[in-house]
Write a protein that binds this ligand. Structure first.
Ligand SMILES: Nc1ncnc2c1ncn2[C@@H]1O[C@H](COP(=O)(O)OP(=O)(O)OP(=O)(O)O)[C@@H](O)[C@H]1O
Ligand SMILES: [Mg+2]
Length: 571
């Protein structure tokens, strides 16, 4: 018998004999159709393979072909604006906007090539060889691959090239506009640098209370229907990143269609082109083969690293990492691995760490400052946040945006709870804001945190004893908490004026509420009774977010002054 043969098939787990030379993580083709599979265990006589597609029809004795390389992603200009499966194969039926000939995206499409080096130049890994000006909404740079250095022997002239054409010869290595990379191995960088600047999301509760830095990581745990997908989609649409990689992992297909639709209609304020042109969508919805989900999050990070290496700030959004962990569990149970917590394999924590640790701020091989930020949703069954995926994720992320069922139930959206969430980047970002013209950012956040906590405490007390029996100053705190929640933290994803807030508008709204609270306290101190203060019309402040444009800081401050005048008039 020559070559490999299928010996046993158990769902996605396939046992193969006759391939003594295969190594761990090698890719193989299963059966005559060549279904992709990855070697996950080897011994002297057989290898276990994780199949990425349905193994229906695969029979004992079917041939198995070793492909001699690990699971790799084909990276190139065709990614921007495209929709792919977990192994980064184009989904032909998905709508695309940049190239009409969808099926041909990574083979036949003509790309424009603009060289940036001359023959005879010496180049090192990560150096820019040229650009592809028509590759979506950002500067697409063709780089010297890791490990390659030396003389540029040949450069293709500026003009149209296909994805398969070499464009530069560096010391005998042909470089094209695209490249390949094994998805489980982080792409090399010169070094890591500490995270510094904020990744603005346009969502006030995040930007003002639970900020995330570029190159950091955050998780969004939340029970069924608490708004995880809505929040992640808002971040995808409005965050200040150059590239968004949206990984839909085991979630509903129609939600992916919504993301696609929204992004193609929204215009990127920076380039004036559709936002879709700087977005890559990896869709492995609940109806698609389960094991490709396992690969999809690594594929997503690899794509982000590809753009990072060009000097861009990339964000990876994964919805939901719980569905990804389910794929791990499903496979572990088939392979007879000893289950650890709740049936998940013992490797769950290290697999989660391997994902989130690829986030970071880096100096690239080419010397550029760039970052990969990772944001993942977690769907704990029954909202139980002590379950393994949520508990381990909390250890590895820098930010936690915990969605609160009570807030969602009260239609307080985004339902990010202020007691269960954290932002380990907040202190560092306060320093960044202080150096960049906003020394008030840290103190403002601290006041919000304490006002919310104090209002929660007094709210519980008021339920027992009645608001009327609280002292005037405490009734102002209760009022302040309500204003902060309703005027600042609540934000409608569907209202075009409110869906995103610039930093200026967010700051103006927070300052407005804090100034109103101060004025109310001053009124109490000069003897105005609390009831009279509570009856003041605060609606100009409460409606300010919705009635001013996304950058409408001036309009917000005008409303503040209007309410402050009323408060000053109370005798
Ligand atoms: N920011 C928001 N503005 C307005 N409505 C919202 C917002 N966030 C969530 N919602 C409402 O909550 C509903 C559920 O949100 P979403 O689908 O994002 O929840 P989920 O946590 O992803 O649910 P699942 O657990 O099913 O994945 C939405 O259909 C919408 O009506
Ligand atoms: Mg969802």
């Amino acid at each position: 018998m020559t070559g490999g043969r299928v010996r046993r098939v158990n769902g996605p787990l396939v046992e193969v004999t006759g391939l003594p030379e295969v190594a761990m993580s090698d890719l193989v083709g299963l059966g005559a159709a060549g279904l992709p599979g990855e070697v996950v265990a080897v011994d002297t006589v057989s290898a276990s393979v994780q199949a990425y597609e349905s193994t229906g029809g695969l029979a004992v004795g079917d041939p198995v072909t070793p492909l001699g390389r690990p699971l790799s992603a084909r990276l190139g200009p065709w990614l921007l604006g495209g929709v792919f499966d977990g192994l980064l194969r184009p989904l032909a039926s998905a709508p695309t906007w940049l190239e009409p000939d969808t099926d041909q995206r990574d083979t036949g499409s003509q790309w424009s090539w603009q060289p940036a080096v001359l023959e005879g130049e010496e180049v090192t890994p990560g150096a820019v060889l040229g650009t592809v000006p028509d590759a979506g909404g950002l500067d697409y740079r063709v780089l010297v691959p890791p490990g390659v250095r030396g003389e540029v022997r040949w450069v293709a002239p500026a003009g149209r090239v296909t994805a398969r054409d070499p464009v530069v010869d560096v010391a005998g290595v042909a470089v094209g506009v695209g490249t390949e990379w094994p998805v489980r191995r982080p792409r090399p960088v010169a070094r890591r640098t500490p995270v510094a600047e904020p990744l603005l999301t346009g969502q006030r509760v995040l930007d003002a209370l639970f900020p995330v830095a570029r190159g950091s990581s955050a998780a969004v745990p939340g029970g069924f229907g608490t708004g995880k997908t809505m929040l992640l989609q808002q971040v995808a649409k409005w965050c200040t990143a150059d590239v968004i990689v949206y990984v839909g992992c085991g979630e509903r297909g129609n939600e992916m269609a919504d993301v696609l639709d929204d992004l193609s209609r929204l215009v990127d304020p920076r380039s004036g082109r559709p936002l879709a042109g700087r977005t890559v969508i990896i869709a492995n919805t609940s109806n698609m083969p389960m094991m490709a989900r396992e690969a999809s999050i690594y594929t997503g990070v690899t794509v982000a690293e590809h753009f990072r290496d060009m000097g861009h700030h990339a964000v990876v959004i994964a919805d939901s990492t719980s569905r990804w962990a389910e794929a791990l569990r499903e496979f572990a149970s088939r392979s007879g691995a000893l289950p650890a917590e709740e049936g998940y394999p013992a490797g769950l924590p290290s697999a989660l760490a391997a994902f989130y640790e690829r986030a970071g701020r880096y100096v690239t091989l080419g010397g550029a400052e760039a970052s990969v930020t990772i944001i993942g949703a977690v769907s704990p069954p029954g909202g139980d946040t002590t379950e393994p995926v949520t508990a381990h994720t909390e250890r590895f992320v820098r930010g936690l945006w915990s969605l609160d069922r009570a807030l969602a139930y009260a239609r307080h959206y985004p339902a990010v709870g202020w007691t269960g969430s954290f932002a380990r980047d907040a202190e560092g970002l306060a320093v960044w804001y202080a150096r960049n013209g906003d020394p008030g950012w840290g103190p403002r956040r601290a006041r919000m945190v304490s006002l919310l906590a104090e209002a929660d405490r007094l709210g519980d007390l008021a339920e027992l004893v009645g608001t009327a029996s609280l002292p005037g100053r405490e009734r102002v705190v209760l009022l302040g908490g309500r204003l902060l929640r309703e005027a600042v933290l609540q934000q409608s994803a569907v209202d075009p004026d409110d869906a995103h807030s610039t930093a200026g508008k967010t700051t103006a709204l927070v300052d407005t509420v804090l100034a109103v609270v101060d004025a109310c306290t001053a009124a109490v101190d000069r003897g105005v009774i609390a009831t009279e203060i509570e009856e003041v019309d605060f609606s100009p402040v409460l409606r300010a977010a919705r009635e001013t444009p996304p950058d409408g800081a001036d309009g917000v401050l005008a409303r503040r002054d209007q309410v402050l005048r009323t408060l000053a008039g109370l005798a």
